[in-house]
Each structure stands twice: as C-alpha cells, then as structure tokens.
Write a protein that binds this ligand. Structure first.
Ligand code: FES
Length: 219
C-alpha cells in the first residue's frame, strides 16, 4: 500500500517529522497498516500558469532545450515533452509547442500566482533575516537537531549529528540570500523562498541554487 499526503512548499513544512507521524497514524488507523517499510518525500516544480515549460532554453539557444515544471505529473507531461522536443529538434512542427513554449506570455493565467509567490518570497526573506539574526549557541542543540543562529555576526546553520559532532555552514542560501531552515525528517537545510536544499555540510542537493553553502567553523 502506498499512502501520500502532507504536501507543502519546500522549507515551509514546519516540523516535517510530525508530518510523517500523521501519515503513519492514518495508515494504521484507517487501513490497519502494521509496519511502515519505507518513507520518502519528493519535490515538484510548478510553473506560474500551471503548464510545463518545454522547448528551447532561450529564444537564442539553438541546441539547448528544457523540459520542466511538470507539477508532479511527470509520467504524462514527460512523455508529451519528449514528443515536443523530438519534433522541435527534427524541425517537424508540433501543434503543442507554442502552448508549452518556456517564453510564452500568459499574463492572465500567471499574474496572480506570480504576485503571490513573490510576496511570499519577500515575506520569508524579511521575517527570516529578522529572526535569524538572533544570537544562539550550538551548545543548546541536542543530537539530531539543527537551527539557524548568529555566530560571530553571521547567520549560521548548525546541526549536531547523532554522534554529537557539529556541522556548521552559512545559513544564507546561495541562490538569492534567503535563510535556510532545518528539515527534521530529511536532515537537510531547505530554503523557504524557491526550494533549494542542501546537506548538513552544505552540499547542494537540489536547485535553483547552483553552489554549496560555505562551511563555517564553530566551537
Ligand atoms: S533564495 Fe534560496 S532558493 Fe531562492
């Protein structure tokens, strides 16, 4: 049996461990599940007008193509993208190509989401910087915990692993400078602005960021 749910934006899920607990409780109470063998979460890109971007990466790029923004419908959208890209590359013409063109203008369908998402990013940026600038101490972290604290004036993301060792990296996302947050269930640093995710030592897991979080030394 597969059970799904508890969807949320990356970096805005609150206590993600509690989300797994709720799903597990549902599985046991509603369906009589006796054991949970595997659990995982995944991340989907969604475009502002809801349709994927499929086509040339930029109007001037002749040989670089993109297919993204499937919004969890990769089995069908990925297949459609394959057909479109094949036709574009072979110069065969494709009647869907304009609809999926990454440079399409769909102001009426996009404007509301575009405005809401940008407002949300602005809100995260300002509120997180305000709270991230509080001083903290790595000594307060129990094994398995992570938190963002100001150390020597720098917002620092600090995690204490199960063996008690500290891992510290810059908390400033390398995409557009929002502050990352600790994801309790996955053990990652997630950015609430556009969903970049990093490992405990700052290694990039998923973009839009393209660089790791720099490491920091802490006592
Ligand atoms: S600022 Fe972090 S993903 Fe954009």
């Amino acid at each position: 049996m597969l059970i799904g749910g508890e969807g949320h934006k990356a970096g805005q899920g609150g206590d993600t461990t509690e989300r797994y607990r709720r799903l597990e409780r549902d599985a046991r109470e509603r369906f009589g599940a006796e054991s949970i063998e595997y659990r995982w979460s995944t991340q989907d890109y969604v475009t502002v007008d809801g349709l994927p971007y499929v086509g040339r990466l930029s109007p001037r790029s002749e040989n670089v193509y993109v297919a993204t923004g499937f919004g969890a419908w990769g089995m069908t959208n990925g297949t459609a993208a394959g057909v479109i890209l094949r036709d574009l590359i072979c110069d065969d013409g494709n009647r869907w190509a304009a609809t999926f063109d990454p440079y399409r203008k769909t102001v009426r369908a996009s404007a509301k989401t575009f405005a809401e998402e940008n407002a949300d990013v602005g809100k995260r940026f300002t509120s997180d910087w305000a709270s991230g600038l509080r001083s903290g101490s790595p000594a307060s972290l129990a094994a398995g915990e992570g938190d963002v604290m100001r150390i020597e004036g720098e917002p620092t993301a600090v995690h204490r692993d199960r063996k008690g060792e500290l891992h510290a990296v810059s908390a400033v996302c390398t995409h557009l400078n929002c502050l990352v947050r600790w994801n309790t269930a996955e053990g990652t640093w997630d950015c609430p602005c556009h969903g970049s995710r990093f490992g405990v030592d700052g290694d990039l897991i998923v973009g839009p960021a393209i660089e790791d979080l720099p490491r920091r030394e802490v006592d």
